[in-house]
Design a protein around this ligand. Structure first.
Ligand code: DHB
Ligand code: FE
Length: 312
């Protein structure tokens, strides 16, 4: 039996009441957002004839997502993180800002407080037996092409099992393994030694994976390395690079792959390169320069305080 009650005046009044729009106190912005979201949800229940059983299945799933701390995992999976990036791109375009290095999603697995060094850092602690050595380096530039000495390059990635330190279900990794902050040297250069990460997958059997499965989708990401790059007078850039050649490069459940963020990976086997990097065998090399953009009227118009609070 299909019924439609959304447009009834009592229902429209009820939406205003439950959003507090008929009261003085509270936040006008929160009221506006809740009113819109609840209206859209009521309308969807009406239009799609969502049954009580379907509705309560959804509530149980939300409880599971919350209990597992996975709201930040399903958010990229449902494309919201990428959609927000697309909106930031559109805002930049509207105010005439060109991003030399594209932004892409942060993901849920950043941890504040990684060890800091200048110019160079080794990210991994050498315990990943399957690790293939990676040397990655580049220069951080201003939007007009001058190097930015002292820029902060925060970098984090997972191991060859796809696990991040602090979120490793086996508990095997030391705190801050494969997480560092590098201060760019006097020529704006950063460099690090680590291992090539492998792809990542959402926890098997998790509520995040169950929803993706119901959509006929997987919860895998291609191998990638995360960055925050910041410098005085510039906007903080949140981005990632992908490891070229990964079979999931264009099949990322989090939709983070973007043109300009897939640098070449060069395999170095010659003695001179190996020696020059104080290594004892072949390694992969990635060169990746980064371009920041200036503050807008003296402020970072895209700074995300909430994510900083969550990570700290
Ligand atoms: C997720 C994990 C990541 O490592 C990432 O970069 C983005 C998203 C996730 O589990 O949702
Ligand atoms: Fe990641």
């Amino acid at each position: 039996m299909t019924v439609k009650i959304f447009d009834k005046p009592e229902i429209q009044d009820f939406l205003k009441t439950l959003s507090g729009l008929d009261k003085e106190g509270g936040s006008p912005r929160v009221k506006e957002i809740v009113h819109r979201l609840m209206s859209d949800l009521f309308k969807a229940i009406d239009d799609l004839d969502i049954t009580p059983d379907e509705y309560w299945t959804g509530i149980a799933w939300l409880n599971e997502i919350g209990a597992a701390g996975q709201a930040g995992l399903i958010s990229p999976g449902l494309g919201l993180d990428h959609f927000i990036d697309e909106r930031l791109d559109a805002i930049d375009e509207a105010i005439g800002i060109k991003n030399g290095t594209p932004r892409t999603i942060e993901g849920p697995l950043y941890v504040a407080g990684a060890p800091v060094s200048t110019g160079f850092a080794r990210l991994d602690d050498g315990t990943d037996a399957n690790g293939h050595t990676l040397i990655m380096h580049g220069t951080v530039y201003d939007s007009d092409g001058s190097p930015l000495p002292g820029a902060l390059v925060e970098v984090w990635h997972c191991d060859t099992r796809g696990f991040y330190s602090h979120f490793d279900p086996t508990g095997q990794q030391a705190p801050f393994n494969m997480r560092r902050t590098i201060i760019a040297d006097d020529k704006g250069r950063y460099k690090f030694q680590s291992i090539l990460p492998h792809g990542y997958g959402v926890p098997p059997g998790s509520p995040t994976e169950r929803l993706l499965s119901a959509l006929g989708r997987h919860g895998q990401r291609p191998a990638h390395i995360h960055f925050f790059i910041s410098a005085d007078g510039h906007r903080k850039l949140t981005t990632q690079i992908n490891i070229a050649g990964d079979p999931l490069l264009h099949d990322d459940f989090a939709y983070a792959t973007r043109d300009g963020l897939v640098p070449d990976v060069t395999e170095r086997v010659d003695e001179a390169s190996i020696k020059a990097n104080n290594l004892d065998g072949p390694f992969a090399e990635i060169e990746f320069d980064i371009q920041l953009t200036h503050l807008v009227d003296g402020v970072d118009n895209q700074l995300n305080e909430q994510r900083k609070r969550v990570a700290a």
